[in-house]
Design a protein around this ligand. Structure first.
Ligand SMILES: NC(=O)c1ccc[n+]([C@@H]2O[C@H](COP(=O)([O-])OP(=O)(O)OC[C@H]3O[C@@H](n4cnc5c(N)ncnc54)[C@H](OP(=O)(O)O)[C@@H]3O)[C@@H](O)[C@H]2O)c1
Length: 311
């Protein structure tokens, strides 16, 4: 299959990508939409007429964002629901409360470069747990809702940070290697891409496809652990609206109909690379590898310990 190339690019905004798109009657979930890229992803999806549920840790912050988006877009179907990706009970409650079809799931929430080795109550390294495992459990839980939509898309927000590390299957939790904040982030962001590959392999038959993306460098709360500043030079930075553009492309573009298992940046499919490029662009071959994707899927199922391999 040829690389998917669009008329959009580095500076395109989410609103520009969604121009002319009508998602009235469709339902979307955006995780981590109380700040940053998730807010703008929600805003643009709201403008298309979709019902959007923002899944957030902090309901008060979520309600504030939802209120502002309802006022500015005129779309009153913006819902807020509690979701902590490190808390299985919270994920299960979100899934249990979801009724009816789900057309678009944007796995957007994330943490970056936690300075010290932190573990979740489940005993998992915090970045892998939040960025990958929590979203994995959420997606599995929402599988039937996605399948009942007929044609559903899972959009996975990864990062160029995936170029920093493959998933180190023999030591995901840093039990043997020294903890490094960026290796842990890189590992979790590679897992995001492998999830998109694995989900498409398993669920395309159910009408569910999944693609991953790098949003670019955007000043948000994500930089809280690195002094609140982006290291990227200003001319390589994007606004949150530009940062949300590739997510919205993958969620809404007719070009992506039935397409899954790919990785995009700057609104175009990325080139596959076999070593880390200086410019930190492209997608590592290890992140698209089907064997790695299947191994991660089985490992994640084992880690969660409650889903059957047939799911
Ligand atoms: N900004 C960039 O330059 C950049 C570059 C590459 C990739 N990304 C990716 O883009 C995505 C969005 O990041 P952002 O830049 O918009 O950062 P952000 O403003 O910090 O947003 C991340 C969101 O994730 C939420 N979150 C964190 N841990 C969570 C948990 N355990 N359960 C539920 N939600 C949780 C945060 O909630 P709280 O508000 O409660 O903390 C926050 O709302 C992330 O996946 C990130 O890795 C960003």
């Amino acid at each position: 299959m040829d690389r998917i190339i669009t008329n959009f690019g580095f500076r395109t905004t989410a609103d520009e990508v969604a121009e002319g798109v009508d998602l009235t009657g469709k339902r979307a979930v955006v995780t981590g939409a109380a700040s940053g890229i998730g807010v703008e992803t929600t805003r643009t999806l709201a403008k298309t007429g979709a019902e959007v549920t923002i899944a957030v840790r902090n309901l008060e912050a979520g309600a504030k964002v939802a209120g502002e988006i309802m006022t500015t877009t005129g779309n009153k179907r913006i819902r807020v629901a509690q979701l902590d990706l490190n808390d299985r009970a919270s994920i299960n409650a979100f899934v249990a409360d979801w009724i009816g079809p789900l057309h678009i799931l944007v796995n957007n929430a994330g943490v970056m470069a936690i300075p010290d080795l932190r573990k979740t109550p489940g005993g998992w390294e915090m970045q892998f747990a939040t960025n990958h495992l929590g979203h994995f459990a959420l997606s599995l839980g929402l599988h039937d809702a996605l399948a009942s939509a007929g044609a559903a898309r899972i959009v996975v927000v990864s990062s160029s940070g995936h170029l920093l590390s493959p998933v180190v299957f023999d030591d995901i939790n840093f039990a043997f290697r020294n903890y490094d904040p960026w290796s842990a982030y890189g590992q979790s962001k590679t897992a995001n891409i492998l999830f998109a590959v694995g989900a498409t392999i398993r669920w395309a038959k159910d009408g569910i496809t999944s693609n991953a993306l790098n949003p670019g460098a955007i000043a948000t709360n994500l930089q809280r652990h690195i002094g609140g500043k982006l290291a990227t030079p200003p001319e390589r930075q994007k606004t949150p609206q530009q940062g949300a553009a590739t997510s919205v492309l993958l969620a809404t573009s007719p070009l992506l109909e039935g397409v899954g298992g790919h990785y995009f940046e700057n609104c175009n499919e990325a080139l596959t690379v076999t070593s880390r490029p200086d410019a930190y662009e492209g997608v590592a071959a290890y992140a698209l590898n089907a064997d790695n994707a299947n191994r991660l899927w089985d490992t994640s199922v084992d880690l969660l310990g409650q889903y059957s391999k047939q799911s």
